[in-house]
Design a protein around this ligand. Sequence first.
Ligand code: NAD
Ligand code: UDP
Length: 322
Amino acid sequence: MHTRKRVLVTGGAGFLGSHLCERLLERGDHVLCLDNYFTGTRDNIAHLLQNPYFEVIRHDITFPIFVEVDQIFNLACPASPVHYQHDPVQTTKTSVHGAINVLGLAKRLRVPVFQASTSEVYGDPSVHPQPEAYWGNVNPIGLRSCYDEGKRCAETLFFDYHRQHNLQIKVARIFNTYGPRMHPNDGRVVSNFIVQALRGESITVYGEGRQTRSFCYVSDLIEGFVRLMESGPDVTGPINLGNPEEFSIRELAEMVLAEVGGPSRLVFRPLPSDDPRQRRPDIDRAKDLLGWEPRVRLKEGLRATIAYFEEELRRHTVMQNL
Ligand code: NAD
Ligand code: UDP
């Protein structure tokens, strides 16, 4: 039987955070959701507010936090390039000061702490697919650096706290994940293409669309988070979590178009700087250590995500007409 734990989720009102809070409440935990609503919304967690075991703390993780919990999941950080480039200095502060603050909290409480790291630590990878042992190819001074280097420094802090203070750490390197509650305007490729197709607008493929990504459905990812947190103390990570099925961005555009139908056509726009050309996780470590692998195929996940955005667009149209 699962004994009720008090769990802190930073970034809990965001896309992944809200799904994680939901999952933890379902298994009977007491969840403290911390967020400053930079990219997260109250809408994402509105359905959880009636639960007596769900608490919300409005707080910026770049400042220390004092709470009493049994586990910490650190997800606070804008994740889409449009959002994290909006205020790059704050993005680095969120990753670095945020990591220092959650690690300090974990050290005082002697509790395990999970870090939402990213495939971006591999930069524009010269090894493909990317295993955890690959050190990456990251530009330290480019437009994506605030995020990539911030997350790399956070990993350094996690491993130094582990070595120096014997802290139990759980570092996940998350690859592109999609699903309901993605922000419709955050510029990420799956939400952009779906919203554009549903509105009958042009689908904006950057470059020639030959760059690749591997897309993981949110429920699969959250299962990986929970398994990693529950794994033995020796399992520190870093551990890749993502779906190893790789698609070109053009293929993704065509799949979305085929699912949604309608009059949209592909248009080609300039490729943003430092855009990685290829990305696919090697998930052997997650399979071995966590018995985890994704189950939801892209077509199936896209259908669920399209249904969510259809409903969101309908809701907004109704609200505008009130
Ligand atoms: P998101 O933008 O939806 O969620 C991030 C949440 O953090 C938001 O609710 C935001 O308001 C909050 N936040 C930002 N700065 C904060 C601060 N200073 N203090 C407190 N809260 C703050 O993004 P997401 O996709 O849910 O990503 C969650 C985490 O997972 C991030 O750390 C991100 O780097 C990581 N990640 C996500 C993906 C992905 O594909 N979604 C891939 C790799 C890594
Ligand atoms: N992309 C695109 N059209 C869009 C948004 C993104 O072609 O409207 C491309 C982008 O250039 C990148 C890929 O899709 O090559 C994934 O972009 P996203 O911002 O979702 O994530 P990341 O680049 O961080 O993997």
